[in-house]
Design a protein around this ligand. Sequence first.
Ligand code: CU
Length: 202
Amino acid sequence: MSGSHRIFALGAALALSLGGAATSEAADATGEIVGTVTAGVPKHRANTVVYVKNAGQGTSTATVKMDQKGMMFTPRVLPIQKGTTVEFSNSDPVGHNVFTPDGDKYDLGTWPKGESRKYTFKSPGVFRQLCKVHDDMIAYIVVVDTKYFAVSDKNGDFKLPALPPGKYTLSFWHEKLGAKDVTVDVVAGKPTKIDVPLEKKP
Ligand SMILES: [Cu+2]
């Protein structure tokens, strides 16, 4: 027997859970709104636009993209703040057009892969995006008068950017479902959770 001792180093895995870190950021405390849109037909849970109604928060100077790829507009539903410029690109090997029968009724023309056209949306509203070359293509640009907006994912879940505590009216819009307004109280430092059932348009 060698009498040698083995030293067992204990590789202790410390799982350090800091869940719910409670230190408040004091003056900057903001609340957020998270929620779920429920709809009878599961595929209708996605692409609901959620926004703070009549917030009057000026105009954005941002530019965001809407592509045409695989013979579809992507994303299908794009919420933006008033003043935002949308750059319409084409990733398909065929020419696509972009026009809308809504609002200013623009027609941006037809262009090939790799090129793009831009349009600045100055007024709130829902603007259908259509293609004269392919009449089954459609998308919706929803222009809102607030910087607080979101769009629901395939499960119906959405999360608005953190906003100051207070009482808000949220508006909901979906291409197939009815529009709806909901009043919420936002509290500093914790999420406000809401579930919003939307019915199919009559
Ligand atoms: Cu097209």
